[in-house]
Design a protein around this ligand. Structure first.
Ligand code: ADP
Ligand code: MG
Length: 229
C-alpha cells in the first residue's frame, strides 16, 4: 500500500522550533549539570551510584550532541541571505558528509544529476542540512545494507529532488506524524530531523511530498521554484 503525505499539514509545526531548541538543549544540559554538581559535593556517595550518575550525565550530553546535529550541523539558526544556488552543489556536499555514516550501514548512495542545472533561491548551508537529515533517515531505515538514489530534474519551472531508499518504509500512522516535534520511532532519535527539513524547505517556498511502503522503501520529493538562467 502506497501512502502519501503533503506539506500543508506540517506547517503548524514551524512555530514549535524555537521552543524545541530551548527544551531539547537546555533540559539535558540542566540535568547533566545537576548530576555533575552532585558528584562533586556528595563525597559519601557509594561508587555504584557515582558510576550511574556519570553514565546518566554522559547520556544527557550525547543527547544534546544529537539534537545539535539535527538542527545546525551546517545551518545557522538565524536567517542569512538567500542567494541563487545550484542544487547539485548542495546535494554533493550532503552526500559527501553522510557517506561515512552510510558506509557504517552498508548503504550505497548514488546521485543521478540532471542534464540541466537546477538553480533555486535559498541558503546553501540550510539546503545541505535538510538533505543531510533526509539522507540520515534513509540510512537508518536500511539496517542490512541497501541503496539510496538521488535524482534531480527540472520540470514546469520547478526543481524536483527525489531521494529514494529501499529501507523499512513507514506505516500510515508513522507517515502522518512525520515532522511532528519529538516524534521518533528509533531508540535514540531526537524526533526533530524532519521538522527541521519542513522548516527549511518551507523557507525556500518549496513543497515536500513523501511516498512510503512498509517493507519496501520511501521516496521523499522536494519541489523548489526554479530560477531560470
Ligand atoms: P528521528 O530520526 O530523530 O527519529 P525524524 O524527524 O528525522 O526523527 O524522523 C522521525 C521518524 O520518521 C523516524 O524515527 C523514522 O521512524 C521515520 N522515518 C523518517 N524517514 C524515514 C525513512 N526514509 N524510512 C523509514 N522511516 C523513516
Ligand atoms: Mg532523523
Amino acid at each position: 500500500k502506497r501512502m502519501e503525505l503533503f506539506q500543508a499539514a506540517r506547517l503548524e509545526t514551524v512555530s514549535h522550533l524555537a521552543a524545541a531548541v530551548n527544551h531539547e538543549v537546555k533540559n539535558p544540559l540542566t540535568t547533566a549539570r545537576g548530576m555533575v554538581q552532585l558528584l562533586k559535593y556528595d563525597q559519601t556517595m557509594p561508587q555504584e551510584k557515582r558510576d550511574l550518575l556519570f553514565q546518566l550525565a554522559l547520556d544527557e550530553i550525547d543527547r544534546v550532541d544529537r539534537v545539535v546535529t539535527d538542527y545546525l550541523t551546517f545551518a545557522r539558526p538565524y536567517p542569512n541571505q538567500m542567494e541563487k544556488m545550484d542544487i547539485e552543489v548542495s546535494i554533493k556536499e550532503a552526500v559527501s558528509i553522510m557517506e561515512p555514516y552510510a558506509n557504517q550501514y552498508n548503504v550505497q548512495i548514488s546521485n543521478h544529476h540532471s542534464s540541466c542545472q537546477c538553480y533555486v533561491l535559498g541558503e546553501p548551508a540550510k539546503m545541505v542540512q535538510a538533505l543531510g537529515n533526509i539522507l540520515k533517515n534513509s540510512i537508518e531505515a536500511i539496517p542490512n545494507g541497501g541503496d539510496i538514489t538521488i535524482k534531480t530534474d527540472l520540470k514546469d519551472r520547478e526543481c524536483h529532488i527525489r531521494i529514494l531508499d529501499n529501507g523499512i518504509g513507514m506505516s500510515r500512522e508513522v507517515l502522518e506524524r512525520l515532522g511532528e516535534p519529538y516524534f521518533t520511532m528509533t531508540g535514540n532519535g531526537t524526533g526533530l530531523g524532519m521538522m527541521v527539513v519542513y522548516r527549511i524547505i518551507e523557507s525556500m517556498n518549496g513543497k515536500i511530498k513523501i511516498h512510503s511502503s512498509p517493507g519496501k522503501g520511501t521516496e521523499v520529493i522536494l519541489s523548489l521554484p526554479a530560477i531560470l538562467g
